[in-house]
Design a protein around this ligand. Structure first.
Ligand SMILES: C[S@@+](CC[C@H](N)C(=O)[O-])C[C@H]1O[C@@H](n2cnc3c(N)ncnc32)[C@H](O)[C@@H]1O
Length: 705
């Protein structure tokens, strides 16, 4: 949707300064201010179409769809010839769930101006929601032919191509959008997402150079870039030249590293950036990093001077080891050496001996050392700033934050205590880049999530949102940025997770979330009530998920909605196998046992090892603990979900998917079930495609009646 340019405004010159001021206020998101200007204009000229249109646009932003529609229709009645009025109306109608009327509005805009990209984009949104991807792509190509440099059209083409499964074209169009508007975060994230499944067979330095700057951008999930970047690193001649080190025992590895002719891996452009931002999830790269670490440990004890040239690499190895929470294998000999190094460091200071501290930090986190406080206060060489921040300043800061987080309920249930203990040790997920949502009204968010449901248009200004089991805050921050003008309460059992969440939210500047410690089993006693409750990946960790669900249902405002994420029995079949193996092996969930599992797995069940290694969760301790070592998990079939939902007095509103494909597939197979809410049918769909809910069933419910 576009705001009118001031050039478009031909008449009523004396009101133009106020109209310009209103447009500027909208652009800077000061809607109240803008409305004051528009009201003054309309007082003098009640039929000023641009002012009516802008007031309608503001009403739309606020989620008052009836008012928005009325105002924009009035603007159109005054002046039919502005295509952007029709596009605004199209978006309002779409948000209200009236797709046919929305199509007509976009069509009217195209009739007025066949080159108006925004109108084709509006149509494409509808076609994509209907899984009519070819129609969407056709509309977008028409727009692209008219304006090849319209960034949003190219972005939407990328999105439609990705949804269609055409990765090559998706990369192409996202790439064009990104080049046209390099600062746009959505375009960067789109390009990154389209690269998720790319397997590089030969080096493509150009692609690598273009994607490296995406790392570190909010919204760009580094894991999406792992296949491109990690395969590029492993195919680099410098990396290959050092291959023999992988199998060398530590002394020989250290001799290779001490040789001045040893290849300098820091010359591989992607390596330093990746170690800083990404989670290493390539077995060959992981192996190399552990070999380097082994060699450096040996050098630290025998030839300290040789470490000097490796300072930047050492720091990055330590940062990466910390991010992976020391999941890498450690030999008995390394354990003995690290003990010696730990003792030696007691009498040394990082000011002069920083490389030795960095080697230590490749094996154990600095913040857990007995002298962590004095290490944090010490002057470190400048090159060690990132290492100091990640292993000392941030975790010590989180300890302080944890102490200030309020507790809303006691945690008395034994299972809750066990689960709490696990997440206190392993806060999950340890994320680095936030995923930020696009602010929407509650109805808008529900319409995006459930395109087949007729969601009533209700005005929920400043909605109250509860994120129950927020973990380390990724979910809470997504919710806080997805619901416009919302106030979010995010609760969890684990104080370390909450402290991580709060630190990250503060860093990012998210001001509308309160974090608190609470047990869902007791949460019913708090006084607040919520328009939306989201609880993803949580209830299945309660001893009695139905009891937790009942508590949450009691917190819903009348007409409130709930989004739940629960494990699928079928989707987790590999996890079930892994859990059985862990039981057979008699392993617990200590870090040592997690490492032992990774060592044994490829020998015991090579296929399962390959399957699990495809998941990025295999490469970080808390992720792998959460994936296959959980102390308490329930899994569901669609029929069991139905029982849980029915018994809680809830209506099932549908599953939410990130692509329109599953709903398209369902409607093709079960055309009579227009809302796609028959769980027996979904059970059939899942049997036909066992990975349909591999992550979780993500679905929406509301109270019956
Ligand atoms: C797998 S994590 C999911 C975190 C977050 N929802 C996400 O999707 O990133 C599960 C979280 O649920 C929390 N949790 C488990 N049982 C809980 C309970 N009874 N009350 C509150 N939180 C709970 C755990 O502490 C953990 O942080």
């Amino acid at each position: 949707m576009s705001l009118p340019s001031t050039d478009e405004i031909a008449a009523k010159a004396h009101l133009l300064p106020m109209l310009r001021a209103a447009i500027r206020s909208i652009e800077t998101e000061n809607l109240d201010h803008a409305e004051t200007f528009l009201d003054s204009i309309l007082k003098q000229e009640p039929g000023f179409a641009d002012a009516l249109h802008l007031k309608g646009y503001i009403a739309f932003q606020r989620g008052t769809l009836d008012m928005a529609r009325k105002l924009v229709e009035q603007a159109i009645a005054v002046d039919f010839h502005y295509e952007n009025y029709h596009v605004t109306l199209g978006h309002i109608l779409l948000a209200a769930g009236d797709r046919d009327a929305a199509k007509k509005s976009f069509g009217a805009a195209i009739a007025l101006n066949p080159k108006y990209c925004e109108a084709y984009i509006g149509l494409a949104h509808i076609f994509i929601a209907e899984d009519a991807l070819d129609a969407a792509i056709g509309a977008l190509f028409t727009a692209q032919n008219a304006s090849p440099k319209h960034a949003e059209t190219n972005y939407m083409l990328g999105y439609a191509m990705m949804t269609k499964g055409d990765a090559k074209q998706a990369i192409r169009f996202f790439g064009i959008a990104h080049r046209l508007a390099p600062g746009n975060i959505r375009y960067k994230a789109g390009l990154a997402r389209s690269l998720r499944d790319v397997r590089m067979k030969r080096p493509n330095p150009e692609l690598v150079t273009s994607v490296l700057p995406l790392l570190g951008t909010p919204g760009v999930e580094p894991r999406d870039l792992a296949p491109v970047i990690e395969s590029a690193i492993c195919m680099d001649p410098l990396f290959i030249a050092l291959n023999p080190i992988d199998d060398l025992p530590e002394k020989q590895a250290s001799a290779v590293l001490a040789d001045p002719a040893c290849p300098d891996l820091m010359q591989i452009a992607a390596l330093p950036v990746w170690l800083k931002h990404g989670l290493v999830s390539h077995p060959a790269l992981e192996r190399r990093l552990t070999a380097l670490r082994r060699g450096f440990l040996s050098l630290a004890l025998r030839n300290r001077a040789a470490l000097q040239r490796y300072e930047p690499l050492l720091c990055l190895l330590a940062i990466r080891a910390f991010q992976a929470e020391y999941i890498d294998r450690v030999t008995t000999s390394e354990t003995a050496q690290i003990e010696s190094l730990a003792t030696a460091l007691d009498t040394l200071a990082p000011t002069e001996h920083a490389p030795l501290f960095a080697v230590y930090a490749c094996y154990r986190p600095l913040y857990r050392r007995h002298d962590a406080a004095s290490l944090a206060a010490a002057a470190w060489p400048a090159a060690y700033a990132d290492l100091k921040r990640s292993q000392l300043d941030e975790p010590l800061g989180e300890f302080r934050i944890a102490g200030g987080i309020p507790a809303l309920t006691p945690i008395e249930d034994q299972t809750s205590q066990t689960v709490q203990e696990m997440y206190e040790e392993s806060p999950f997920p340890r994320w680095h880049q936030p995923i930020l949502g696009t602010p929407q009204t509650v109805s808008g968010r529900l319409r995006t999530a459930l395109p087949l449901q007729q969601i009533p248009v209700e005005e929920r200004l400043n909605p109250d949102i509860l994120v129950a089991g927020c973990g380390t805050g990724l979910h809470a921050i997504l919710a806080a940025t997805s619901y416009a003008f919302s106030k979010v309460l995010a609760i969890d059992l684990s104080r370390t997770s909450l402290a991580y969440a709060k630190r990250k939210a503060t860093e990012i500047g998210i001001g509308n979330v309160d974090f608190a410690q609470a047990d869902i089993l007791k949460i019913g006693g708090i006084p607040q009530r919520f328009d939306v409750i989201e609880s993803f990946g949580v209830l299945h960790h309660l001893r009695d998920p139905a009891a937790g669900l009942a508590q949450l249902v009691g917190l819903l405002k009348p007409g409130g909605y709930m989004m739940l994420g629960l494990y699928s029995e079928l989707g987790r079949r590999d996890v079930v196998k892994a859990r059985d193996l862990i039981t057979q092996l008699g392993l617990g969930d200590s870090p040592e046992d997690v490492r032992e599992f990774r060592r044994i797995l490829p020998k015991r069940d090579p296929q399962l090892a390959v399957n699990l290694a495809k998941s990025s969760a295999y490469y970080a301790l808390s992720d792998l603990r959460d994936l296959v070592f959980h102390r308490q998990e329930h899994r569901y079939t669609p029929q069991q979900l139905r029982r849980l939902i029915d018994n809680a007095g809830l209506d099932f509103l549908g599953f939410e998917f990130s692509s329109p494909k599953p709903l398209g597939g369902y409607r093709a197979r079960f055309p009579d079930d227009v809302t796609a809410t028959n769980l027996d049918h979904w059970a059939e769909m899942e049997i036909a495609n066992p990975d349909l809910f591999a992550n979780c069933y993500r679905f929406w419910v509301r109270r019956k009646g």
